[in-house]
Write a protein that binds this ligand. Structure first.
Ligand code: HEM
Length: 341
C-alpha cells in the first residue's frame, strides 16, 4: 500500500514527534548478539509509539537536509561513489528499481513515465525532471547509481554474484558507520566482514552469504544494525575519523547533563534486494539517529537500551567503538532517563 507524504508536514508538531514515532528501535530483547537477523521486508513493525518499515526507501522530514549533506560530502570526496567497470548494467538496474520504489512509496512526489528504454523521472520535492534511455550513459549527467543516489536518503552497495561468492563491486556510501567504501570496493562478502568479531567462528557471515546467494529476483528482505554516535553526524566513514573520533572522548569527559542531548542511538535499517535484469544484490543502508533524551520519552526503550548497553560483551563494544560512550550513556539513562530497575 502506498502512503501519501507531505514533506513539510513531517516536522515536530505532533505530540510524539515523527522522529520518535517512526524510529526503528532495534532491540527485541534485553541482550544483543550478532545473528543472521533477516526477515521479509514490507510489513510495518509496530513500536509503543508508532511504527516503521513500510517501504524499502523511506522519505522523511529530513529529506532535503540529508540530500544536501550527501551533495556536500560528494563534492569534498568523490571517492564515496565507486563502481567497477563490469557493474554498469547493475547500476542501471539499481537506478530504475530505486526510481520505482520511490514512486510506489510517494506517488505525489515522484513519478516514472514511459516504457521500454525511454523514460522520464520526476522528483517534485527537489524540482528535478530527467529523461533518459536505459543503458545509454550519454542520456544522464553522471553514472546511474550516483544520479539516483541524489534522490534517496539511503546508502547503496551493489554486489556481483560469481565464483560461488558475492563481491561488493559498486556503491554510493556517504553515511557509513566507521568503514570505507573506497577500501572495501572489489572485496568479497567474507572479506568485507573480516573486521567483525565473533561472526566468523559462529558462522553468521557464511550463512548470510548462502542466504543472499539464493535470493530470488524481486524478493526483499531487511535487517537492522546499531551503534552509538555523538551528535547528529551521518558521515562517520573511516576517511573522516579525525572529525568524529575525538568527540567520543570529549563526551565521556564532559558533563553528564549533556549526554542526553548529544549521545544518539544510531540504527541502520538495511534492505536486501535481488535485481531482476543484472542479477546483482542491492544492499540499502538507511541510518537513523535518535538522541538519548528522545529515547527516554519511551520508557520501554530507555529500560531496554540501558540493559543492552550494560550487558554487551567488551569485544563487541570495542568493535562498535562505544567503549568510552556506553558508560556515560547508561549513567545518563539511570540519572535523568527514568531507568530505575
Ligand atoms: C558489518 C552482518 C549484509 C557490509 C556487519 C556486522 C554484522 C554484519 C554483524 C557488524 C556490525 C556492528 O557490530 O556494528 C551482516 C549480515 C548481513 C550483512 C547478517 C546479511 C544478511 C551486508 C552486505 C554488505 C555488508 C550485503 C554489503 C557490502 C558490511 C560492512 C560492515 C558490516 C561494510 C562494516 C565492516 C567493517 O568494520 O569494516 N555486518 N551483514 N553487510 N557489514 Fe554486514
Amino acid at each position: 500500500m502506498s502512503t501519501t507524504i507531505d514533506l513539510e508536514a513531517l516536522g515536530d508538531s505532533a505530540a510524539i514527534p515523527d522522529r520518535i514515532a517512526r524510529f526503528p528501535f532495534p532491540f527485541p530483547r534485553d541482550t544483543y548478539r550478532y545473528s543472521t537477523n533477516v526477515e521479509p521486508a514490507g510489513s510495518v513493525v509496530e513500536t509503543p509509539v508508532g511504527g516503521w518499515g513500510t517501504h524499502p526507501v523511506d522519505v522523511d522530514g529530513r529529506y532535503r537536509e540529508d540530500l544536501a549533506e550527501r551533495t556536500r560530502i560528494l563534492a569534498e570526496d568523490p571517492t564515496r561513489f565507486q563502481a567497477l567497470p563490469h557493474m554498469e548494467i547493475a547500476q542501471w538496474d539499481a537506478m530504475l528499481t530505486l526510481m520505482r520504489m520511490l514512486t510506489d512509496a510517494h506517488p505525489e512526489t515522484f513519478s516514472l513515465d514511459g516504457d521500454g528504454a525511454a523514460r522520464r523521472f520526476t522528483n517534485r520535492a527537489l524540482g528535478v525532471e530527467q529523461s533518459f534511455v536505459f543503458g545509454d550513459p550519454s542520456t544522464l549527467p553522471e553514472p546511474p547509481l550516483l544520479f539516483v543516489g541524489r534522490h534517496l536518503q539511503e546508502d547503496v552497495v551493489l554486489l556481483d554474484q560469481r565464483e560461488g561468492a558475492l563481491w561488493g563491486d559498486a556503491g554510493l556510501v556517504t553515511f557509513a558507520a566507521d568503514w570505507s567504501l573506497r577500501f572495501d570496493v572489489g572485496m568479497s562478502f567474507l572479506q568485507i566482514h573480516g573486521p567483525v568479531p565473533r561472526v566468523h567462528t559462529e558462522g553468521v557471515i557464511p550463512r548470510a552469504q548462502q542466504f543472499l546467494m539464493g535470493l530470488q529476483p524481486g524478493r526483499q528482505y531487511r535487517r537492522t544494525n546499531w551503534s552509538l554516535s555523538v551528535d547528529r553526524l551521518l558521515d562517520q566513514s573511516t576517511e573522516t575519523y579525525p572529525v568524529w573520533g575525538r568527540d567520543r572522548r570529549l563526551l565521556a569527559e564532559g558533563p553528564l547533563e549533556d549526554v542526553g542531548r548529544r549521545l544518539n542511538l544510531r540504527v541502520e535499517v538495511q534492505h536486501l534486494v535481488r535485481l531482476g535484469v543484472s542479477g546483482a544484490i542491492m544492499f540499502l543502508i538507511r541510518t537513523y539517529l535518535l538522541p538519548f533524551e528522545d529515547i527516554a520519552r519511551v520508557p520501554e526503550w530507555a529500560e531496554r537500551l540501558c540493559r543492552v548497553l550494560e550487558e554487551l560483551p567488551e569485544d563487541m563494544a570495542d568493535y562498535k567503538g562505544i567503549t568510552r560512550t556506553r558508560e556515560p550513556g547508561v549513567r545518563w539513562l539511570r540519572t535523568y532517563g527514568g531507568v530505575r530497575s
